[in-house]
Design a protein around this ligand. Structure first.
Ligand code: 13P
Length: 250
């Protein structure tokens, strides 16, 4: 079974509700009827109701950039899975490198969030990737294996079907430096092998692994066109409807 690609927009901390609505209104006609790939938008929490309402009934899913692992409680500033689902969100990013870097998110926290997302039937996109110093020290494989093993603690093959993984080399995020298709493919193979080791060959063959890090309309085909690369997680180039639509239609 070929894996259906997921092309996802991580808007990070950009856009007001009015700008988000204008994006969706302009974007939907550009991708109308596009069913070769799944499409998802990940806006900030305050934008979720606006974006979900604007995308209702379309081929575009909407998710959160982050969720908390607790069901509810005194966690100022956080968003629960129930809150996300109540406004119609279906996906969530987990463990984005910016969360790891600026908000001290560890593999253990990523693992807790993954368990909660799966319990709630929300599609988790688990982000992994090495920083430049790790790549230069030839530690990429070790880092990816550690992050994958840490994320998947207590996850069984039966639970794993919804999981999506995003490989985002940190040195390629927002820098204009893209991993070459060969580098990305090598990393995806390491990740898939680790998933096979932990959850079996069947899960590994089915799991979608996205590439993220300076994906643009002009490099999307060379990356997503690789058999090992099952879509893209796009930051900067996802902020404009025409640019993100061009990536979706790579
Ligand atoms: P850029 O596409 O801006 O490099 O961001 C990638 C990213 O972090 C997506 O999650």
């Amino acid at each position: 079974m070929p894996r259906k690609a997921l092309i996802a927009a991580n808007w990070k901390m950009f856009k007001t509700p009015a700008e988000a609505k204008a994006f969706v209104d302009a974007f939907l006609p550009l991708v109308a009827g596009h069913d070769r790939d799944e499409i998802a938008l990940f806006p900030s929490p305050v934008l979720l109701p606006t974006v979900i309402e604007a995308a209702k009934g379309s081929n575009v899913a909407v998710g959160a950039q982050n969720i908390h692992f607790a069901e509810e409680g005194a966690y100022t500033g956080e968003t629960s899975l129930n809150q996300l689902k109540a406004v119609g969100g279906t996906h969530t990013l987990i463990g984005h490198s910016e969360r790891r870097q600026y908000f001290a998110e560890t593999d253990e926290i990523v693992n807790k969030k993954l368990h909660t997302a799966l319990k709630h039937g929300v599609v988790p996109v688990v982000c992994v990737g090495e920083v430049l110093a790790e790549r230069e020290a030839d530690k990429t494989a070790d880092v990816l294996k550690t992050q994958i093993a840490g994320a998947l603690v207590g996850i069984t093959a039966e639970m794993a079907a919804p999981i999506v993984i995003a490989y985002e080399p940190v040195w390629a995020i927002g820098t204009g430096k893209t991993a070459t298709p060969e580098m990305a493919v090598d990393a995806h193979k390491i990740i898939r092998a680790e998933v096979a080791k932990l959850l079996g060959a069947e899960v590994a063959a089915a799991v979608r692994i996205l590439y993220g890090g300076s994906v643009k309309p002009d490099n999307a085909t060379s990356l997503i066109g690789q058999e090992e690369i099952d879509g893209a997680l796009v930051g900067g180039a996802s902020l404009k409807p025409d640019s993100f639509a061009a990536i979706v239609k790579y």
